[in-house]
Design a protein around this ligand. Structure first.
Ligand code: SF4
Length: 387
């Protein structure tokens, strides 16, 4: 049992880090390790006396949308009070994090869920098609706040009698650019993958980035470490050329598509066992023409196939989910099909991401708190030391 005046929260820590922190307060290592496992596995708050329930931010809003596989649930956790009051001064009433539980049915018919987590409140990257971008960056989340989303999602599923329907996958595709907050994201992943804690397989966790090349270079090192080799990495490409990408993703002006491809090739070299995921939000009139498909196929060529590894890259085509006040509509079915066929015709391994949660603003690119959108507290940061 951890017994100290100010309890150490296990959220965002690995079992060993938690035990080490306990040892500094005189708690024997075996006791701390057991307490950690009881907390996560048995949801036993008594394992850590005096740990306030508020370490998990309360859920203040929840929206459910039925789909073929079950129910997509977007939930909002509130991190109030704002850490220094500076956001309140600027008219941001609450610091809210949004996460989405997406039901899945596997090939064998087994039911499960993918949890989409946020890594920041808002985002500084300014992608033109994204709801979150409208908020600007408010602040980055701590590892504990990221793991708190997993905890809250598990509680939702258990409350609904779904204890046997687990969270199978975690994707960092919610609010924020994970590589803009990489230290805390890596800490959170270490915790989520801890066998005594949440116990998520590393292969079931995917970090999705819009292409911070500095952060991707760090990931090239990370995925060579023991225990991290199976971490999923997804790149939101979303454009076939610098010309188009500069228009919709300002980050591309800092790191262009050639540099991006080089770092993805470095990743490919060090992780023979794992496919790279490329995402492509298909936006009518922006990136969906036959010529665009041809250009994208050329850019993806090195990832298409290798003699020893088969397909190395998977292209996930995501029909655009219009954000609020979007200048673009969703693409037609015919144009999605045409684009997918054009990619497949070039030998690209391509899949279509089914749209779930669109009507509740819970679909990809639609997370964002409407009451604080339109604000830009932090300019786009692309300094190399941050990633
Ligand atoms: S798409 Fe991702 S990186 Fe771009 S603004 Fe939205 S949340 Fe940020």
């Amino acid at each position: 049992m951890i017994d100290a005046a100010t309890p150490i929260s296990p959220l965002g820590l690995t079992r060993d880090d938690f035990a080490r922190a306990g040892a500094m307060r005189g708690v024997p290592l075996p006791h701390a390790r057991k307490a950690y496992a009881r907390f996560y596995r048995e949801r036993d708050w008594a394992a850590i006396p005096d740990l306030p329930r508020t370490v998990i931010a309360p859920i203040v809003n929840r929206l459910d949308e039925p789909c073929a596989e079950g129910v997509t649930t977007k939930f909002v956790q509130r991190l109030d009070p704002p850490d220094s009051g500076r956001f309140a001064d600027q008219g941001v009433p609450h610091l809210d994090i949004e996460s989405v539980i997406i039901p899945m049915i596997g090939r064998t018919g087994r039911k499960g869920h993918t949890l989409c987590v946020s890594s920041q409140v808002g985002c500084a990257m300014g992608c033109g098609f994204c709801e979150t971008a409208q908020m600007g960056l408010v602040r980055s989340l701590t590892a504990a706040e990221i793991v708190g989303q997993w905890w809250a999602a598990r509680e939702i599923l258990i409350d609904e009698g779904g204890a046997g329907v687990p969270i199978d996958n975690i994707v960092f595709m919610g609010m924020g650019e994970p590589l803009d907050n990489l230290d805390e994201v890596l800490k959170a992943i270490a915790c989520l993958a801890d066998h005594s804690g949440p116990g998520m397989p590393m292969s079931s966790i995917t970090v999705s980035t819009v292409g911070r090349v500095d952060g991707l270079r760090r990931l090239v090192e990370v995925v060579q470490q023991e225990g991290w080799k199976r971490l999923g990495i997804a790149l939101s490409v979303n454009a076939p050329s610098d010309e188009v990408r500069n228009e919709i993703m300002p980050l591309n002006k800092r790191w262009g598509m050639e540099e991006l491809r080089e770092v993805m090739l470095d990743l490919m070299k060090v992780r023979a066992s794992r496919k790279l995921l490329f995402e492509y939000v298909l936006i009518p009139g922006v990136n969906d023409s036959d010529e665009h498909a041809q250009q994208l196929g050329d850019w993806l060529r090195p990832f298409v196939r290798s003699e020893t590894q088969g397909h190395i890259g998977l292209l996930n085509v995501i029909p655009y989910n219009p954000r609020r006040n979007s200048p673009w509509p969703a693409p037609s079915e015919a144009s999605v099909t045409r684009f997918i066929e054009a990619m497949s015709g070039q030998g690209v391994y391509v899949k279509r991401r089914r749209t779930k949660g669109r009507s509740q603003m819970a679909a990809c690119g639609q997370l964002g708190t409407s009451e604080i959108r339109g604000r830009n507290y932090t300019p786009i940061t692309t300094n190399k030391s941050a990633g």
